[in-house]
Design a protein around this ligand. Structure first.
Ligand SMILES: [Zn+2]
Length: 337
């Protein structure tokens, strides 16, 4: 488990101070910077029998288990498909439905044995939960009980890019570790090494988050971005009905992401800053921003943020896309309607 270069310093600080590790750590930061990978590298280093500074050695039995995914003192909890919802959706057009992914109470209850056993090797046990914001409320409450009476020699690591969605009582029991977006030069170097074409564009549209940038550089992602941006930069305004008709469920979340980053760019241009995400549309951003109603843009940005949270739930993709594009047109048309 080699950490990303931009996480190295934070990792070193934690591992150097391992005697004073908290019971629970909340690793938070923007989407696509590698927070889960950071948490895994931390776990590997803490469990390693012969760590090299802040890094796991990669050679000891503990590291071997870790890399095989069967270290007895490490557990990772990730979301599962919500079955109940799945059954309720049985008649819906399946291919078009993106399932909700949640962390369920059974998954938290199933950790009881892991938490109760004595640890095997280094005396420490690490539990990683990500993304923590998808804990269902009963699962969150079950986890809270564990956090209130933490088992000895246990580090619970929660990872989230939307920490505001966690129970405040959970947040307050964690030491918060904010992970920053890496400096552009480090992110660029990494993207180049990963063989990403047009790394500058990819990094910009990803708001500086390298892992997200790599994901967004995939040909089908680039195609979708161009399609959405062509719609949003149309001088006469978007065509909500025609566009929404062609939008399918899996593309919805990303479509909303592109709208969100574009509206953020317009808001930046309004206050005299440059575009951050859509560098190739700078002049259109200026034209749109001039005509736009700032209050409506702010409202739309809020609405898009809320819509992204909903985008993983079953709802009518076409209607939502249509509604958001109509709201976008009203916010940028320069006429109060
Ligand atoms: Zn090792």
């Amino acid at each position: 488990m080699i950490p990303f270069p931009w996480h190295r310093a934070a990792l070193e600080r934690l591992v150097a101070d391992r005697a004073r590790l908290p019971h629970a750590l909340l690793v938070q930061g923007t989407q696509g910077i590698g927070k889960a990978e950071f948490a895994r590298a931390l776990a590997a280093a803490l469990l390693c029998e012969t760590p090299q500074g802040a890094l796991a050695c990669g050679k000891c039995p503990s590291c071997h288990w870790f890399s095989q995914g069967n270290h007895p003192d490490f557990r990772e909890v990730i979301p599962e498909i919500d079955q109940e919802e799945d059954e309720a959706e049985a008649d819906a057009a399946k291919a078009d439905v993106k399932k909700s992914l949640v962390i369920k109470i059974d998954q938290i209850r199933a950790l009881a044995d892991f938490m109760a056993l004595t640890t095997h090797r280094s005396g420490l046990r690490v539990l990683l939960i990500h993304p923590a914001e998808v804990l269902q409320s009963n699962a969150a409450n079950a986890l809270l009980k564990t956090l209130e009476e933490p088992p000895p020699a246990t580090l619970i690591v929660l990872v989230s890019d939307q920490p505001a969605r966690l129970l405040p009582t959970i947040r307050s029991r964690c030491r918060v570790l904010p992970l920053p977006t890496p400096p552009a030069n480090e992110a660029m170097a990494w993207l180049q090494a990963e063989g990403v074409e047009e790394p500058r564009t990819a990094l910009a549209v990803a708001g500086g988050a390298p892992l997200l940038a790599r994901e967004l550089a995939a040909p089908e992602e680039v195609a979708l971005r161009r399609k959405v941006m062509a719609e949003l930069t149309r001088p006469s305004g978007a065509e909500p009905l025609t566009f929404a008709e062609r939008i399918d469920r899996p593309a919805l979340d990303r479509t909303i992401y592109w709208m969100q980053t574009w509206v953020q760019d317009l808001l930046r241009v309004r206050v005299g800053a440059g575009v951050r995400h859509h560098l190739e549309h700078e002049s259109m951003a200026k034209a749109k921003a001039r005509a736009a109603d700032a209050d409506r843009l702010f409202d739309l940005e809020r609405e898009l943020r809320a819509a992204r949270r909903l985008a993983t739930h079953p709802l009518n993709a076409r209607l939502l896309a249509e509604h958001l594009l109509m709201t976008y047109n009203r916010a940028t048309s320069g006429t109060r309607t």
